[in-house]
Design a protein around this ligand. Structure first.
Ligand SMILES: [Zn+2]
Length: 417
């Protein structure tokens, strides 16, 4: 349908752009240097001429995106150099994550730090219009309470369970939000808030958050394993997000995590969707009598039962522990399929269920992943928890705006070439 067109995600909003590729490259180099960067270092890092670096730095200073932050001490030869850093208050981006259970709202400054935050229970998720008006009210309140001038907020990112139709800015029948058939999220939110809105899958947003606010774990190439009501993967290769042709890369629910596992609706056995999702673990726990059977149709119900399962494991219940350990082992096997395919630097875990699994997974997954890794003789595959925290998808939603505004993507180069 749109075979040769640029990805739809890159069109249709009025977000400001950096203007040119070199400018993005310089901005990116400054942003990736925690202590800041001198003009001389920028010349070394980017390969651009001294004159180009100097001109672009001047424009970035004029736009308030960077500041001069003191001088290097005169170690060695040469005169002290002026350090350039991001200006946190240069601009702000808003982010909303709609999870079937909880909606999270954040405002990020230019450095990716959260400056305002709110969390509310998702109203009846089967009624998108009601949810939309609540989102508008919550965004409004967040902006007012933050005291940040509205004109400093350049856009709003929205992360939701996929699949999404990026061209139309809609959610297409997300498996965990019943009744949300082709909800026109982007347009409705742009109308409601007056801000440009970007929509992306929550798992992709989480990976974007890692690249903007995660520190070392968000550099290079990594797989972000998002553990929410569903499980998905965000993919970053060479510091750039991989979204796929329709923006829906990372649907990993039917990768087989255990060939001897329970049957899946897709016809295979032991898919991720029926083995290592919180719902699958809860069902197993009920079957084995660790948990009393309780309703677990909705996301909040699953969350409650899953919390009970983890508490039981922490209290020493061997069967509960066995369920979580098996999930960790199965996770390693499923993740190995992805890491072997993509040959990445690391695996980053995160999402709303991560905190409760972190200790167990960080202990059990790495050795098993190493067993399955095709490249283990060459290098170790790093396994870490997100550097962003529990709100990674909301931070990611806001990071979409920063990414869109500032990241020097190959796509941008092509469009301008
Ligand atoms: Zn399946």
């Amino acid at each position: 349908m749109t075979g040769t067109a640029p990805p739809a995600a890159r069109r249709g909003t009025n977000l400001p752009r950096m203007g040119d590729f070199n400018r993005s490259v310089i901005f990116d180099a400054i942003r990736r240097a925690p202590e800041g960067c001198s003009r001389v270092e920028l010349v070394e890092i980017t390969g651009l001429s001294t004159q180009t670096v100097s001109n672009i730095a001047r424009r970035l200073l004029d736009d308030d995106f960077i500041v001069e932050a003191g001088k290097t001490s005169a170690a060695g030869l040469g005169k002290p150099r002026t350090i350039l850093r991001l200006n946190p208050v240069g601009l702000y981006a808003g982010g909303v994550h709609i999870d079937p259970a909880v909606m999270t709202f954040v405002l990020l400054d230019l450095t990716g730090q959260v400056v305002a935050h709110a969390r509310h229970r998702t109203p009846k998720a089967s009624d998108p219009e009601h949810v939309m008006s609540r989102i508008r009210d919550h965004v409004e309140r967040l902006v007012v309470d933050s005291g940040i001038a509205r004109e400093k907020i350049v856009g709003l990112g929205l992360a939701a369970p996929g699949p999404i139709d990026q061209e139309r800015g809609t959610i297409v029948d997300p498996p965990n939000l019943h009744g949300w058939h082709r909800v026109p999220l982007r347009d409705a939110l742009e109308d409601a808030t007056g801000l440009p809105v970007l929509v992306d899958k929550d798992v992709t947003a989480a990976a974007v958050a890692e690249t903007w606010a995660g520190g070392a774990s968000g550099t290079g190439s990594f797989v972000f394993l998002y553990l929410g009501t569903g499980i998905g993967a965000g993919l970053a290769l060479g510091d750039e997000l991989m979204r796929g042709v329709s923006g829906n890369a990372g649907e990993i629910g039917h990768i087989v995590a255990d060939p001897d596992g329970p049957p899946c609706a897709c016809g295979q056995r032991g898919c991720i969707a029926v083995t290592i999702t919180p719902q699958a673990m809860v069902e197993e726990a009920e079957r084995l009598g660790v948990l009393r059977a309780a309703p677990h149709e909705s996301a909040p119900e699953i969350d409650v039962q899953f919390a009970r399962l983890c508490a039981s494991a922490d209290a020493g219940n061997a069967v509960a522990r066995g369920i979580l350990d098996l999930a960790a082992d199965r996770t390693a096997r499923a993740v190995a399929v992805i890491t072997n395919l993509l040959d990445v630097d690391r695996v980053v875990f995160g999402g709303p269920f991560w905190a409760r699994l972190e200790a167990r997974y960080l202990e059990r997954v790495p050795p098993r992943l190493a067993e399955y890794s095709a490249t283990i003789a060459l290098r170790e595959l790093e396994v870490v928890g997100t550097g962003v925290g529990d709100d990674v998808a909301a931070v990611g939603a806001a990071s979409l705006v920063l990414e869109r505004t500032f990241a020097p993507t190959a796509n941008r180069l092509l469009l301008q070439g």
